[in-house]
Design a protein around this ligand. Structure first.
Ligand SMILES: Cc1cc2nc3c(=O)[nH]c(=O)nc-3n(C[C@H](O)[C@H](O)[C@H](O)COP(=O)(O)OP(=O)(O)OC[C@H]3O[C@@H](n4cnc5c(N)ncnc54)[C@H](O)[C@@H]3O)c2cc1C
Ligand code: FES
Length: 280
């Protein structure tokens, strides 16, 4: 039996700074063994445990989409503490460990033939990027109805994936609403918090799924707006973040009530979370 705690070895292929304050970097990690690459199958929403040898392990959502081939996986890392700081210091050619893919994925089968509104805030856009890239892939796009995105950050420089945001804005098959908290020199797009923009955009709840990921305050104020708009909570999905250790449902570090975020999640709909302790 394979040891689930044993990481595979990945090599850092590319490191780039995402935000102007340098707190978020993306790392493209390349498989070092073709057999590992062949065995690795994931879907948007899943995460991996990434280890920096001698420092420790951290769970990170997979920011790339399974439709992006090329032998690498992308992770976008917010510098928070010991492990994420060590990840920020890595250089091209360095090696890290990876366990995964772990957890569940966005329920793309349910989204089929429905419209999808993606709502993101700050640096939590990572697995939302994976989802969006996947749904916009020519082979996949026809499965879904209207796709729209509301994505906000405090300032323009703190938005992730800036070049891609521009490319997505230029497309006619996705409706992008980018926003920053306050007026900013040179910013000609929306100004306002994500929940306010959601109110303005007022997507119809008919036949639509909402997918949300962002800081707790954004989630707290966005959920009531979705309620007001009439979105049933079964059709509102979010990704939970908990402290984790094993990532595979063994250590009990990540539970919310009876649910293990690492194995039952990290993706849940709000109907599933209702009645659970508000630890998330
Ligand atoms: C399923 C999942 C997906 C995630 N995806 C990403 C991602 O794509 N990019 C990213 O940058 N981060 C992501 N995180 C959060 C990331 O795992 C933590 O920031 C990281 O583990 C911190 O490790 P550290 O050793 O650097 O910090 P530590 O020294 O352990 O902690 C530093 C600070 O971060 C807080 N913290 C630690 N772990 C978490 C956590 N899980 N949730 C919230 N706060 C935490 C601590 O309370 C402390 O304040 C994800 C977490 C989960 C559970
Ligand atoms: S992290 Fe160990 S049970 Fe979830």
């Amino acid at each position: 039996m394979e040891n689930p705690y044993l990481p595979i070895i990945m090599r850092v292929q590319r490191v780039f700074v995402e935000t102007e304050d340098g707190m978020q970097k993306s790392l493209d990690l390349a498989f070092t063994r073709p057999s590992d690459e062949a065995a690795f199958h994931f879907m948007p929403g899943q995460f991996c445990e990434i280890s920096v040898f001698g420092k420790g392990e951290a769970p990170l959502g997979i920011a790339s989409s399974p439709t992006e081939r090329g032998g690498t996986l992308r992770f976008t890392v917010n510098k928070a503490g010991l492990v994420t700081q060590a990840l920020h210091q890595l250089k091209e050619g360095d090696e890290v460990g990876l366990r995964g893919p772990l957890g569940n994925a966005y329920p793309l089968d349910l989204f089929e033939n429905h419209s999808v509104i993606i709502i993101g805030g700050g640096f939590a856009f990572t697995t939302l990027r994976s989802l969006l890239v996947y749904m916009l892939e020519p082979e996949q796009r026809g499965r879904f109805g209207e796709i729209s995105v509301i994505y906000g950050a405090r300032t323009p420089g703190l938005l992730l994936y800036k070049e891609e945001l521009e490319r997505w804005e230029a497309r006619t098959d996705v409706c992008m609403h980018l926003t920053v908290d306050t007026e900013f020199p040179g910013w000609t797009k929306r100004v306002g918090f994500v929940p306010t923009v959601l109110k303005e955009v007022a997507p119809s709840p008919e036949n639509t799924y909402a997918v949300m990921c962002g800081p707790p305050a954004m989630i707290r104020f966005t959920l009531p707006v979705l309620d007001e708009l009439g979105f049933p909570r079964e059709r509102v999905y979010t990704s939970l973040e908990r402290r984790m250790k094993c990532g595979i449902g063994k250590c009990g570090r990540c539970n919310v009530g009876p649910l293990y975020v690492c194995k039952d999640g990290p993706i849940f709909n709000y109907a599933e979370l209702e009645g659970l302790p508000r630890e998330y």
